[in-house]
Design a protein around this ligand. Structure first.
Ligand code: ZN
Length: 80
């Protein structure tokens, strides 16, 4: 497996931010002021900023436990 070093991560982060900038410039078409840097970073890392029940953490919506928790509870039940 090829490892991705810091320079590769920075390269791809810069690429995603440039893409966000391009898309937003097109969508806002000159109406935007200067785009704040952190907004660009957030949008680059999360293409769909969504909190609907399908995208959200199942614990928050349904109160589900994680696989690790279920495994832990299963093993502790055996021991007691
Ligand atoms: Zn969603």
């Amino acid at each position: 497996m090829k490892t991705r070093d810091r320079s590769a991560r920075r390269h791809h982060a810069a690429r995603r931010k440039a893409r966000v900038e391009r898309v937003l410039a097109h969508l806002l078409a000159g109406r935007q002021g200067r785009l704040r840097l952190c907004v660009k970073g957030v949008l680059a890392d999360t293409p769909a900023r969504c909190s609907c029940w399908m995208c959200a953490n199942p614990r928050r919506i349904f109160g589900e436990t994680t696989i690790q928790e279920r495994r832990l509870f299963a093993t502790t039940d055996d021991e007691s």
